[in-house]
Design a protein around this ligand. Structure first.
Ligand code: SF4
Ligand code: SF4
Length: 320
Protein backbone atom coordinates (compact mmCIF):
# COMPACT_ATOMS: atom_id res chain seq x y z
CA UNK A 1 0.00 0.00 0.00
CA UNK A 2 1.31 3.48 -0.90
CA UNK A 3 1.60 6.03 1.95
CA UNK A 4 -0.61 9.09 1.49
CA UNK A 5 0.40 11.13 4.56
CA UNK A 6 3.57 12.62 3.01
CA UNK A 7 1.36 14.04 0.24
CA UNK A 8 -1.07 15.61 2.74
CA UNK A 9 1.31 17.29 5.19
CA UNK A 10 1.70 20.60 3.41
CA UNK A 11 -1.73 22.15 3.92
CA UNK A 12 -3.49 25.50 3.94
CA UNK A 13 -6.66 24.04 5.51
CA UNK A 14 -7.98 26.61 8.01
CA UNK A 15 -7.23 26.03 11.73
CA UNK A 16 -10.21 24.67 13.69
CA UNK A 17 -11.01 24.06 17.36
CA UNK A 18 -13.18 21.62 19.25
CA UNK A 19 -16.64 22.32 20.57
CA UNK A 20 -18.33 20.41 23.41
CA UNK A 21 -17.81 16.65 23.13
CA UNK A 22 -20.90 14.83 21.89
CA UNK A 23 -19.70 11.46 20.68
CA UNK A 24 -17.03 8.87 21.21
CA UNK A 25 -16.27 6.97 18.00
CA UNK A 26 -14.54 3.74 18.88
CA UNK A 27 -12.79 1.41 16.48
CA UNK A 28 -13.10 -2.08 17.97
CA UNK A 29 -10.50 -3.57 15.61
CA UNK A 30 -9.68 -4.38 12.01
CA UNK A 31 -11.16 -7.87 11.84
CA UNK A 32 -13.87 -7.94 9.18
CA UNK A 33 -15.74 -10.55 7.17
CA UNK A 34 -15.34 -8.38 4.04
CA UNK A 35 -12.45 -6.77 2.14
CA UNK A 36 -13.94 -3.75 0.36
CA UNK A 37 -12.00 -1.85 -2.25
CA UNK A 38 -12.50 1.51 -0.55
CA UNK A 39 -12.04 0.40 3.06
CA UNK A 40 -10.11 3.19 4.73
CA UNK A 41 -8.97 0.95 7.58
CA UNK A 42 -7.79 -1.84 5.31
CA UNK A 43 -9.87 -4.32 7.31
CA UNK A 44 -10.35 -7.98 6.45
CA UNK A 45 -10.64 -11.54 7.74
CA UNK A 46 -6.88 -11.95 8.15
CA UNK A 47 -6.45 -8.93 10.43
CA UNK A 48 -6.03 -9.79 14.10
CA UNK A 49 -6.14 -6.35 15.81
CA UNK A 50 -9.06 -6.27 18.25
CA UNK A 51 -9.81 -4.09 21.31
CA UNK A 52 -9.09 -5.83 24.63
CA UNK A 53 -11.48 -6.09 27.57
CA UNK A 54 -9.25 -3.73 29.56
CA UNK A 55 -9.47 -1.02 26.88
CA UNK A 56 -13.24 -1.54 26.66
CA UNK A 57 -13.33 -0.71 30.39
CA UNK A 58 -11.40 2.51 29.64
CA UNK A 59 -14.01 3.37 26.99
CA UNK A 60 -16.84 2.91 29.47
CA UNK A 61 -15.00 4.91 32.15
CA UNK A 62 -14.39 7.79 29.75
CA UNK A 63 -18.00 7.68 28.54
CA UNK A 64 -19.14 8.12 32.14
CA UNK A 65 -16.55 10.80 32.94
CA UNK A 66 -17.02 12.88 29.78
CA UNK A 67 -20.79 12.73 29.60
CA UNK A 68 -20.61 12.05 25.83
CA UNK A 69 -24.15 11.25 24.72
CA UNK A 70 -23.27 8.89 21.85
CA UNK A 71 -21.06 5.83 21.45
CA UNK A 72 -20.36 5.21 17.77
CA UNK A 73 -18.88 1.75 17.15
CA UNK A 74 -16.86 1.00 14.08
CA UNK A 75 -14.19 -1.40 12.82
CA UNK A 76 -13.61 -3.68 10.85
CA UNK A 77 -16.83 -5.36 11.73
CA UNK A 78 -17.27 -4.13 15.33
CA UNK A 79 -19.63 -7.03 16.09
CA UNK A 80 -16.73 -9.50 15.68
CA UNK A 81 -15.01 -8.09 18.75
CA UNK A 82 -15.84 -10.48 21.64
CA UNK A 83 -16.61 -7.51 23.94
CA UNK A 84 -19.08 -5.89 21.52
CA UNK A 85 -22.33 -7.04 23.15
CA UNK A 86 -21.36 -6.34 26.80
CA UNK A 87 -20.06 -2.91 25.76
CA UNK A 88 -23.32 -2.08 23.96
CA UNK A 89 -25.48 -3.32 26.83
CA UNK A 90 -23.53 -1.37 29.46
CA UNK A 91 -23.46 1.85 27.43
CA UNK A 92 -27.21 1.59 26.88
CA UNK A 93 -27.73 1.01 30.60
CA UNK A 94 -25.90 4.34 31.13
CA UNK A 95 -28.45 6.03 28.85
CA UNK A 96 -25.91 6.49 26.04
CA UNK A 97 -27.13 6.26 22.44
CA UNK A 98 -25.22 3.52 20.58
CA UNK A 99 -24.54 3.48 16.85
CA UNK A 100 -23.32 0.28 15.18
CA UNK A 101 -21.55 0.80 11.84
CA UNK A 102 -22.69 -2.53 10.50
CA UNK A 103 -21.81 -4.00 7.10
CA UNK A 104 -25.12 -5.98 6.96
CA UNK A 105 -23.42 -9.17 5.66
CA UNK A 106 -22.23 -9.79 9.23
CA UNK A 107 -25.86 -10.57 10.15
CA UNK A 108 -25.46 -13.87 8.24
CA UNK A 109 -22.05 -14.85 9.59
CA UNK A 110 -21.85 -18.04 11.68
CA UNK A 111 -22.31 -17.16 15.34
CA UNK A 112 -24.09 -13.89 14.52
CA UNK A 113 -27.52 -15.34 13.76
CA UNK A 114 -29.07 -13.50 16.74
CA UNK A 115 -27.19 -10.24 16.17
CA UNK A 116 -30.15 -8.42 14.57
CA UNK A 117 -32.37 -9.31 17.55
CA UNK A 118 -29.70 -8.12 19.97
CA UNK A 119 -29.36 -4.76 18.17
CA UNK A 120 -33.12 -4.27 18.16
CA UNK A 121 -33.50 -5.25 21.82
CA UNK A 122 -30.82 -2.69 22.81
CA UNK A 123 -32.33 -0.03 20.51
CA UNK A 124 -28.99 0.35 18.71
CA UNK A 125 -29.00 2.69 15.71
CA UNK A 126 -27.66 0.83 12.67
CA UNK A 127 -25.63 2.64 10.03
CA UNK A 128 -24.87 0.46 7.02
CA UNK A 129 -22.94 1.00 3.84
CA UNK A 130 -24.77 0.41 0.57
CA UNK A 131 -22.74 2.31 -2.01
CA UNK A 132 -25.35 1.94 -4.73
CA UNK A 133 -28.82 0.53 -5.29
CA UNK A 134 -27.67 -1.66 -8.16
CA UNK A 135 -26.23 -5.12 -7.59
CA UNK A 136 -23.41 -4.79 -10.10
CA UNK A 137 -21.85 -1.70 -8.55
CA UNK A 138 -22.20 -2.87 -4.94
CA UNK A 139 -20.61 -6.23 -5.72
CA UNK A 140 -17.77 -4.57 -7.65
CA UNK A 141 -16.92 -2.33 -4.69
CA UNK A 142 -17.68 -4.61 -1.77
CA UNK A 143 -17.38 -8.16 -3.14
CA UNK A 144 -19.47 -10.77 -4.95
CA UNK A 145 -22.81 -11.56 -3.33
CA UNK A 146 -22.64 -8.58 -0.95
CA UNK A 147 -25.65 -6.86 -2.51
CA UNK A 148 -27.98 -9.83 -2.10
CA UNK A 149 -26.84 -10.39 1.50
CA UNK A 150 -27.24 -6.66 2.24
CA UNK A 151 -30.83 -6.71 0.96
CA UNK A 152 -31.55 -9.75 3.14
CA UNK A 153 -29.94 -7.93 6.10
CA UNK A 154 -32.13 -4.85 5.62
CA UNK A 155 -35.21 -7.05 5.30
CA UNK A 156 -34.34 -8.82 8.55
CA UNK A 157 -33.89 -5.47 10.32
CA UNK A 158 -37.18 -4.20 8.87
CA UNK A 159 -38.93 -7.31 10.19
CA UNK A 160 -37.65 -6.44 13.66
CA UNK A 161 -39.05 -2.92 13.35
CA UNK A 162 -36.09 -0.99 11.96
CA UNK A 163 -37.15 1.99 9.81
CA UNK A 164 -40.79 1.33 10.74
CA UNK A 165 -42.74 4.31 11.98
CA UNK A 166 -43.13 4.51 15.73
CA UNK A 167 -40.60 1.73 16.46
CA UNK A 168 -37.80 4.10 17.48
CA UNK A 169 -35.41 1.75 15.64
CA UNK A 170 -33.24 3.65 13.17
CA UNK A 171 -31.51 2.22 10.11
CA UNK A 172 -29.46 4.66 8.02
CA UNK A 173 -27.58 3.81 4.84
CA UNK A 174 -24.29 5.25 3.59
CA UNK A 175 -23.42 6.01 -0.01
CA UNK A 176 -19.93 6.75 -1.30
CA UNK A 177 -18.92 7.35 -4.93
CA UNK A 178 -17.29 4.56 -6.93
CA UNK A 179 -14.29 6.63 -8.00
CA UNK A 180 -12.52 9.98 -7.56
CA UNK A 181 -15.60 12.19 -7.78
CA UNK A 182 -17.74 14.06 -5.25
CA UNK A 183 -20.97 12.45 -4.07
CA UNK A 184 -24.19 13.67 -5.71
CA UNK A 185 -26.77 15.75 -3.79
CA UNK A 186 -27.97 13.76 -0.78
CA UNK A 187 -31.74 14.44 -0.80
CA UNK A 188 -32.56 13.36 -4.39
CA UNK A 189 -30.30 10.31 -4.10
CA UNK A 190 -32.06 9.33 -0.87
CA UNK A 191 -35.41 9.61 -2.67
CA UNK A 192 -34.12 7.37 -5.51
CA UNK A 193 -32.80 4.77 -3.04
CA UNK A 194 -36.10 4.73 -1.15
CA UNK A 195 -38.15 4.35 -4.30
CA UNK A 196 -35.99 1.67 -5.93
CA UNK A 197 -35.33 -0.43 -2.81
CA UNK A 198 -38.98 -0.09 -1.80
CA UNK A 199 -40.40 -1.03 -5.21
CA UNK A 200 -37.89 -3.81 -5.97
CA UNK A 201 -37.50 -5.50 -2.61
CA UNK A 202 -40.11 -3.95 -0.29
CA UNK A 203 -37.35 -2.81 2.08
CA UNK A 204 -37.06 0.51 3.93
CA UNK A 205 -34.52 2.69 5.73
CA UNK A 206 -34.56 6.08 7.48
CA UNK A 207 -31.90 8.35 5.94
CA UNK A 208 -29.18 8.09 3.33
CA UNK A 209 -25.81 9.63 4.22
CA UNK A 210 -23.66 10.59 1.24
CA UNK A 211 -19.96 10.65 2.12
CA UNK A 212 -16.88 11.60 0.10
CA UNK A 213 -14.03 9.13 -0.39
CA UNK A 214 -11.04 10.28 1.64
CA UNK A 215 -7.61 10.25 -0.03
CA UNK A 216 -6.15 7.96 2.65
CA UNK A 217 -5.38 4.25 3.07
CA UNK A 218 -6.65 1.88 0.36
CA UNK A 219 -8.48 4.52 -1.66
CA UNK A 220 -5.61 7.05 -1.42
CA UNK A 221 -3.13 4.37 -2.38
CA UNK A 222 -5.26 3.40 -5.38
CA UNK A 223 -5.32 7.07 -6.49
CA UNK A 224 -1.53 7.26 -6.27
CA UNK A 225 -1.11 4.04 -8.29
CA UNK A 226 -3.41 5.36 -11.01
CA UNK A 227 -1.76 8.79 -11.06
CA UNK A 228 -5.04 10.42 -9.93
CA UNK A 229 -4.05 11.61 -6.44
CA UNK A 230 -3.22 15.23 -7.33
CA UNK A 231 -6.31 15.64 -9.53
CA UNK A 232 -8.53 14.33 -6.75
CA UNK A 233 -6.96 16.68 -4.20
CA UNK A 234 -7.48 19.56 -6.62
CA UNK A 235 -11.12 18.57 -6.98
CA UNK A 236 -11.59 18.53 -3.18
CA UNK A 237 -9.72 21.80 -2.63
CA UNK A 238 -11.52 23.55 -5.48
CA UNK A 239 -14.92 22.54 -4.05
CA UNK A 240 -14.09 23.63 -0.46
CA UNK A 241 -16.86 25.64 1.21
CA UNK A 242 -16.05 27.62 4.33
CA UNK A 243 -19.55 27.20 5.74
CA UNK A 244 -18.96 23.43 6.01
CA UNK A 245 -16.23 24.00 8.61
CA UNK A 246 -18.80 24.60 11.35
CA UNK A 247 -20.14 21.06 10.98
CA UNK A 248 -17.05 18.88 10.51
CA UNK A 249 -17.34 15.91 12.83
CA UNK A 250 -13.97 16.34 14.58
CA UNK A 251 -15.37 19.36 16.41
CA UNK A 252 -17.70 17.21 18.50
CA UNK A 253 -16.26 13.69 18.53
CA UNK A 254 -13.17 11.91 19.77
CA UNK A 255 -11.98 8.92 17.80
CA UNK A 256 -10.44 5.98 19.68
CA UNK A 257 -8.32 3.23 18.12
CA UNK A 258 -8.39 -0.45 19.12
CA UNK A 259 -5.60 0.14 21.65
CA UNK A 260 -7.32 3.15 23.26
CA UNK A 261 -5.23 5.93 21.69
CA UNK A 262 -7.18 9.04 20.73
CA UNK A 263 -7.48 11.13 17.56
CA UNK A 264 -9.56 14.03 16.30
CA UNK A 265 -11.33 11.75 13.78
CA UNK A 266 -11.25 8.33 12.19
CA UNK A 267 -9.23 9.58 9.21
CA UNK A 268 -6.54 11.07 11.44
CA UNK A 269 -6.51 7.74 13.25
CA UNK A 270 -5.80 5.92 9.99
CA UNK A 271 -3.08 8.43 9.10
CA UNK A 272 -1.48 8.07 12.55
CA UNK A 273 -2.08 11.74 13.49
CA UNK A 274 -2.86 11.73 17.25
CA UNK A 275 -5.10 14.27 18.99
CA UNK A 276 -2.89 16.95 20.56
CA UNK A 277 -3.46 17.55 24.24
CA UNK A 278 -1.39 18.34 27.32
CA UNK A 279 1.89 18.03 25.41
CA UNK A 280 1.44 14.25 25.01
CA UNK A 281 3.00 12.76 21.89
CA UNK A 282 0.38 10.01 21.71
CA UNK A 283 -2.48 10.54 24.17
CA UNK A 284 -4.55 7.60 25.40
CA UNK A 285 -8.17 7.63 26.59
CA UNK A 286 -6.86 7.44 30.14
CA UNK A 287 -5.05 10.77 29.56
CA UNK A 288 -8.36 12.45 28.69
CA UNK A 289 -10.16 11.59 31.93
CA UNK A 290 -10.57 14.82 33.91
CA UNK A 291 -9.47 16.98 30.96
CA UNK A 292 -11.93 19.07 28.97
CA UNK A 293 -11.26 18.80 25.23
CA UNK A 294 -13.48 21.80 24.37
CA UNK A 295 -11.46 24.55 22.68
CA UNK A 296 -8.62 22.15 21.87
CA UNK A 297 -6.98 22.76 18.50
CA UNK A 298 -7.69 20.04 15.90
CA UNK A 299 -4.90 18.41 13.86
CA UNK A 300 -5.69 19.26 10.22
CA UNK A 301 -3.95 18.18 7.01
CA UNK A 302 -4.87 18.33 3.33
CA UNK A 303 -7.27 15.35 3.53
CA UNK A 304 -9.57 17.61 5.59
CA UNK A 305 -10.79 19.11 2.32
CA UNK A 306 -12.61 15.78 1.87
CA UNK A 307 -14.91 16.90 4.71
CA UNK A 308 -15.57 20.42 3.41
CA UNK A 309 -15.82 19.88 -0.36
CA UNK A 310 -19.20 20.50 -2.00
CA UNK A 311 -22.12 19.65 0.29
CA UNK A 312 -19.64 18.53 2.97
CA UNK A 313 -19.11 15.06 4.37
CA UNK A 314 -19.18 13.53 7.83
CA UNK A 315 -20.08 10.24 9.50
CA UNK A 316 -23.66 11.58 9.42
CA UNK A 317 -23.54 12.39 5.69
CA UNK A 318 -23.72 15.78 3.97
CA UNK A 319 -23.29 18.86 6.17
CA UNK A 320 -25.32 21.39 4.20
S1 SF4 B 1 -17.18 -3.88 5.57
FE1 SF4 B 1 -16.37 -1.90 6.27
S2 SF4 B 1 -14.66 -2.40 7.62
FE2 SF4 B 1 -15.15 -4.25 6.45
S3 SF4 B 1 -13.75 -4.18 4.69
FE3 SF4 B 1 -15.69 -3.22 4.06
S4 SF4 B 1 -15.43 -1.03 4.44
FE4 SF4 B 1 -13.82 -2.13 5.57
S1 SF4 C 1 -10.49 14.87 8.19
FE1 SF4 C 1 -10.89 14.75 10.36
S2 SF4 C 1 -9.76 16.44 11.26
FE2 SF4 C 1 -9.97 16.87 9.08
S3 SF4 C 1 -11.85 18.12 8.93
FE3 SF4 C 1 -12.41 15.99 8.57
S4 SF4 C 1 -13.07 15.25 10.55
FE4 SF4 C 1 -11.86 17.13 10.90
Amino acid sequence: MRATLPLLLDTDFPPIRRRRLEALQVNLGYVCNQTCLHCHVNAGPTRTESMSGETVEHVLAYLAASGAATLDLTGGAPELNPHFRPLVARARAMGVKVIDRCNLTILEEPGQEDLAEFLAACQVEVVASLPCYTEELVDRQRGKGVYEKSVRGIRRLNELGYAREGSGLVLNLVYNPQGPSLPPAQAPLEADYKRILGETFGIAFNSLFTVANMPVQRFGSMLISKGQFNDYMQLLRGAHRDDNIAGVMCRTLVSVDWRGYVYDCDFNQMLGLPLRIAGKARPHLTDLVGRDVEGNSIVVRDHCYGCTAGQGSSCGGALG
